[in-house]
Design a binder for this molecule. Structure first.
Ligand code: DAH
Length: 343
């Protein structure tokens, strides 16, 4: 009989139903067990069933109801168990998710970026160059004599089977790269990594970073250099900072100088860092040697210029009170995380 088929179809559909959450379980309850459930109208249909089959029909309807009730009870129990299990694990399902952790800049990058910004404000542009250099740009063009100790294998990493190719020992090689390819006026800074065959200790490393500066034009004077460097020191270390230039020697500048910044002598650490003088050496500088201009194809009769080069790690160590340079190369996130708010 058609009506039996209808009820059996509802039974099959009910058995196949698979509510996935509390809301779907409630829909299931309303549909099969609620006050307006799907079986109600069929119950009324019993009057159209022939007498000899009325009992059978009533039993079938009851079977569906009972099965729906059992299924619903099971669903309820399962969801309660899940909630209990979550609670047992101390799992707060309403808690907000874990925050996504952002990385932080490396202290060397922070200091390097600051230096770049300071010089960009007065018209220097950034020139990034190769770390694998040839002997000419790193040494010869920069007036480093053949017998200079820096050219020794003990101090410089040469590429295998070649005394012509090396890992640059200073960013001064970018001076030669720029002067041979660009015409004055030249106003660049060259940040980057350099390499030396050094024993690694708390104070020195075989790789580190420098920022080189080069300014070439007509009538560039030592006074221009001094003003530029004074501006840098004040921007970097504070408006009240003084600088001093001490005579020095570099093969590629004449005259040459080293610049100190007045650091202060307030704490015990200041005494240690400045060896009791209050002054800190920050960079080397000088007027570009006319021979270097000539080596690079720039007329020293017409043009003059100044150059400077400074180490980054040392400045980062000073500014952040880092005592061991090796920390800057180990990439231990517990160390690096401390600079998350630095810039
Ligand atoms: N290249 C030098 C070094 O690595 C630093 C330096 C000194 C660079 C004087 C310069 C300069 O441009 O004029 O120690």
């Amino acid at each position: 009989m058609e009506i039996f088929d209808k009820v059996n179809a509802i039974l099959a559909e009910m058995n196949a139903a698979a509510p996935q959450n509390a809301e779907e379980t409630e829909q299931f309850r309303i549909k099969y067990l609620g006050s307006k459930n799907i079986l109600k109208p069929l119950m009324g249909e019993i009057r159209n069933v022939p007498n000899e089959r009325k009992k059978e029909y009533g039993q079938l309807i009851n079977k569906v109801k009972q099965a729906a009730q059992n299924k619903y009870d099971e669903l309820k129990a399962a969801s309660e168990n899940a909630a209990d299990a979550a609670e047992a694990q101390d799992l707060d399902l309403t808690a907000p998710g874990e925050p996504l952790e952002l990385g932080s800049r490396h202290p060397v990058s922070i200091v390097m970026n600051r230096i770049i910004q300071i010089f960009e404000r007065i018209g220097f542009t950034v020139s990034e160059e190769r770390e694998i250099e040839d002997d000419w740009h790193n040494f010869t063009a920069m007036n480093t004599p053949e017998d200079h100790p820096a050219r020794d294998m003990q101090d410089t990493f040469y590429l295998k089977d070649s005394m012509q190719m090396l890992l640059r020992t200073h960013t001064s090689s970018v001076q030669a790269r720029t002067m041979t390819t660009e015409k004055p006026p030249i106003r660049i800074i060259a940040p980057g990594r350099v390499y030396r065959n050094e024993t690694i200790s708390s104070r020195s490393h075989a790789q580190f970073h420098q920022v080189e500066g080069l300014y070439i034009d007509e009538n560039v004077s030592f006074a221009d250099m001094k003003q530029t460097l004074l501006y840098f020191a004040k921007e970097m270390y504070g408006v009240d900072k003084e600088i001093r230039l001490r005579p020095s020697y570099f093969p590629f500048t004449e005259p040459s100088a080293e610049m100190d910044v007045y650091w202060g002598l307030e704490s015990e650490a200041d005494y240690r860092i400045t060896k009791g003088t209050g002054w800190l050496e920050i960079l080397g500088c000088g007027m570009v040697d006319p021979q270097v201009l000539e080596n690079c194809g720039i007329d020293p009769e017409k043009y003059s210029g100044f150059a400077f080069g400074m180490g980054i790690e040392r400045q980062a160590m000073l500014l952040y009170g880092i005592e061991d340079i090796r920390l800057l190369f180990e990439n231990d996130v517990r160390f690096l995380r401390q600079f998350a708010s630095a810039l």
